[in-house]
Design a protein around this ligand. Sequence first.
Ligand code: NDP
Ligand code: GDP
Length: 325
Amino acid sequence: MKKTALITGIIGQDGPYLAKMLLEKDYKVYGLIRRYTNPNFSNLDYLGIADKIEYVSGDMTDENSLTNIIKNVNPNEVYNLAAQSFVGASWDQAKLTTEINALGVLYLLNAIKNFTPNAKFYQASTSEMFGNSHKAGIQTEETPFHPRSPYAIAKLYAYWMTINFKESYGMFCANGILFNHESPIRGIEFVTRKITDGVARIKLGLANEIRLGNLDSKRDWGFAGDYVEAMWLMLQQEKPDNYIVSTGETHSIRDFLDIAFKHAGINDWKKYVKLDPRFKRPAELFTLQGKSDKARKKLGWKPKVKFEELVKMMMDADMERLIKK
Ligand code: NDP
Ligand code: GDP
C-alpha cells in the first residue's frame, strides 16, 4: 500500500521540493492550503507537480480544520512546514506569528494524538532559535537557545511542544533544526532571493539598485532540495530525534553579492547596493554556522550543492524568469 504524507506549507519553498521527492518515492501526497481568492501554485508549477497533489483546505490557526484534515487523510507521515516564516515581519505581526508558528503546532499535534497517534511527525524547527550563540562557537544540537525575534520564540515553543508530545505520549515526533536554505523558489523578501532577483533586474536594465539592511550578517546557506531529504530521513529512523541540518560553512551577505554580481558580469556591486535602515532589524542575529555531524552520521545525509553553485543556480533562474516575462 502507498504511504500517505500530509504536508503543511505545500505552496511555500520547501513544500514543493519535499512533495516532489515523496512523489518520486511513490507516496500519496496531501497538501494543506489556506483558502485564497486567487491561490498561487507557481512554486509547485516550477517543479512540475501542481496537479499531482491532493489539496486539503485548512489553516494552522483553526484547530477544527486541522482535526478534520487529520481524521480524513489518516496520514502515515505529517511534515509541518507551514509558518509565518519571515523573521523581519515577526516584530510587526508577533501575535499572528505566535498563533501560526506556536499554537498551530499544538493544534496539529493534538489532532494527531487523538486520531492518528502512530503517524510520524516532522516539525520545521530553525537555527534562529540559537540567536547569537555563535560567539561560543559553531552550533550543535547541544548549543543553548537564545531566540532573538518573535519568530524564533514561537518556533522554540513548537520545538519543545514537539519533544513534549514525544515524551508524554510516546509519539514519533522529530525536530529538524534547519539552517537557512534557499532555492530559485525562495520567498522574494528573503535576502538571497531579493539579491538574485535584484541583480537580474539590474543586468536586464529593469532596475538600477538593490536596497538592503545589514550586509555583515553571516549565514550557513544550503540548498532546499538537499534539505528536504534530511526531513524524510528523520522520519524513517527507528526512534524520533532532533537533528541539525546545515552545510557547516558560513558566508556574509557581501560574499553573496560578490558571486551574484560577478555571475551577471558586473564587477563592482557597490555602485548598485544602497543601505536602507528600513531593512535593519530591532535585534540582529549576526552569524549562523551549524555542525550537522549527527545528521551526517545517523541519517547518512550530506548536502550536495555548494554555496557558489547555489548562488549561480538562483541567478540563472531569476534571469530566465525575467527574460521570459
Ligand atoms: P515559506 O514561507 O516558503 O512557506 C511557508 C508556508 O506556510 C507558505 O506556503 C504559507 O502559505 C504557509 N502558511 C503560513 N501561514 C499559514 C497558516 N496560517 N495556515 C496554513 N498555512 C500557512 O517557508 P519555507 O518553505 O522556506 O520554510 C518551511 C518551514 O521551514 C517554515 O516553517 C520555516 O519557518 C522553516 N524554516 C525555514 C528555513 C529556511 O531557510 N527556508 C530555515 C529553518 C526553518 P501562504 O502562501 O498562505 O502564506
Ligand atoms: P533569516 O536568517 O531567516 O532572517 O533570513 P533573511 O534572508 O530574511 O535574512 C538574512 C540576513 O540578511 C539577516 O541578518 C538580515 O538582517 C540580513 N539582511 C540585510 N538586508 C536585508 C534585506 O533587505 N532583506 C532581508 N530579508 N534580510 C536582509
